[in-house]
Structures are given as structure tokens and as C-alpha cells.
Design a protein around this ligand. Sequence first.
Ligand code: XMP
Length: 326
Amino acid sequence: TWTMVNIVDEAVHDIQAKIGGKRVVCALSGGVDSAVAGALVQRAVGNQLTCVFVDGGLLRKGEAEQVERDFVAAMGVELVVVDAVDQFLDALKGVEDPEQKRKIIGREFIRTFEQAAREIVEKAGADGEAVEFLVQGTLYPDVVESGGGEGAAVIKSHHNVGGLPDDLQFALVEPLRWLFKDEVRRVGEQLGLPPEMVWRHPFPGPGLAIRIVGEVNRDNLDILREADAIAREEVTAAGLDSEIWQFPVVLLAGVRSVGVQGDGRTYGHPIVLRPVTSEDAMTADWGRLPYDLLERISTRITNEVRQINRVVVDVTSKPPGTIEWE
Ligand code: XMP
């Protein structure tokens, strides 16, 4: 029978056959797919694997730390963390167009990752080994969408890069290319990844950058991170994480409205709550969160995040709306 143990054993066997004694690099995004792909390769070839986490400053509260702490603790894997926050934010300065944001983030990610991989090569070179393989968390639906077949797979970058530069000479290892998302999660559990990592909601590669309508800068990111953390905390406390597919929280940085907070008139920004239910993100419905939960989120955000004086709920399905606002 086709059990999780079989799937893991078979994947481990394939990876070992492919990689042999060479070195392999895996870019962790903080998401489920790259974590499970990395964990499988780790199970197969142990310390021949080096993971790279590029911190562009666009993750949610606590997530960068979670990658560093929990993934390493669970897997005992060698991890190189690159702090590229200044570089990413410099490149995003003044940019408001969503596609432009994606391009910039993809470019900066590749640039940083390449540099890190080069350093790993140099270091390994000293021990007489070369880095040869790059792990990608490509799933079966990505393979199908791109026309199937070995070699035909689009490189599914967690930053929607659409491809790596030609001069980055890595062969790809895609241990998840026969799996669907629910199977990936079960493999992750089987490998001992922490449940918080395995059951995370999908999160876009460009991260919070596409949840700020307006400029991505430190102030806006801080505001959004706080509001988002409150929304997540309350949904979790209400026990509703598994009832929703995703819950984007969006900062309308370019919009201001008048409010009254404490003793005075304020002129702050609105925050949009966008909980959705979905099977596959192709279509979605707006999530019917209980009113008392919405009230708690709204009260806490307007109390705890000074710059926010209004909380609104997005009740648009997809189509016509998309899940994200950008
Ligand atoms: P939309 O907003 O198009 O999103 O309804 C559908 C799904 O894709 C995610 N998404 C992205 N994921 N890079 C990603 O890796 C992106 O640029 C990107 N844009 C949207 C979104 O979170 C949802 O799960």
C-alpha cells in the first residue's frame, strides 16, 4: 500500500541515488513546501545539505525567528541565515506597483541566494567537495500546470521568479514533485517537523510587501506586522485556524480616514481583514468569521496599533476579487 512511510522511503532513496556524495543547497522560505523538501533531503543525505534562509524583512511577526529556531531544532540541519533586510527595503523604496514589487523581490532574492550559495561552494571546495544541487519545493500541481514531464517543470520559486539565472549551475532536486499539498503536510509530520510549520496557511513569496497597498517601508511593515499578529492570535485562540484557507491582513498605506481615539481626533490608516475559504486558491469565498471574533480583532488592533483607526472586512469572493489585494 501507498503509505506515508513508503512515500518518505522512496523519496529518500531517490534523493540518495541522485545526489550521491555531493553537496546540496536548499533555500528555506519559512513556508511548508521548502521546509518539507529540505527535511526530506536532510533525511537522505544528512550534513551534505546546507539550508539558506534569505531574510528580506517581509515575513510576519516571529516567522524569521521560527525558521531559525524551530527548523534547526527539529532537523539539526546546517542553516545559513542572510540578513538582507536593508538591501530589500532599499530596492523597494518608493515602489507602489504590485508587479514591480514582485520583480524587485525576486531579483534581490536571487542575488542574495546566489551569493550565499557561492560562499557555500567556496567553503566546501576547501574540503574537496563541490555544491551541485539545488532543492526546490515544486509540487505536483505545479508540474501539471507547466505541462508535466521531467525537465518541463517550471521552477516554482517561492518568490515567483519564474526561473533562476543561467549562470547558476545547479541541477534541481524536487522531492515533492509527485505530491499534493495535503501529502506534503503528512510527509512533514512524518519527518518530525513542528505542527506550526506543517499546518501553516499558504503565504505568498513576496510576503507582506504585497499586503501593503502603497510603499513598503519599515514603518508600514511594522504597523502591518502588529495588526497581522493580533488577527492571527485571535483566530488561533478561537480555534478556527483549520476553518480558513488563508487570512491576509492588508494595510492601506495610501489611504487615511478620520477617527477619534482616546481624547482626540486621529487621521490614521485602515486595515483590511481578508479571511477566505478555498480548496486550491483558484477560487475562494470570503470567510464567515463570528462577529464576536471580528469585534475582538477590531478592538485590539485599534487599541494596540496607534496608526490604525479603522478595521474593515473584505466580503468579496474570488472571482471577482483575488485573495491578495495586490
Ligand atoms: P490571488 O491573490 O491571485 O492568490 O488570488 C492566489 C494564491 O497565490 C498566492 N499568491 C502568491 N504566491 N507569489 C506567491 O508565491 C506571489 O507573488 C503570489 N501572489 C499571490 C496567494 O497568497 C494565494 O494563496
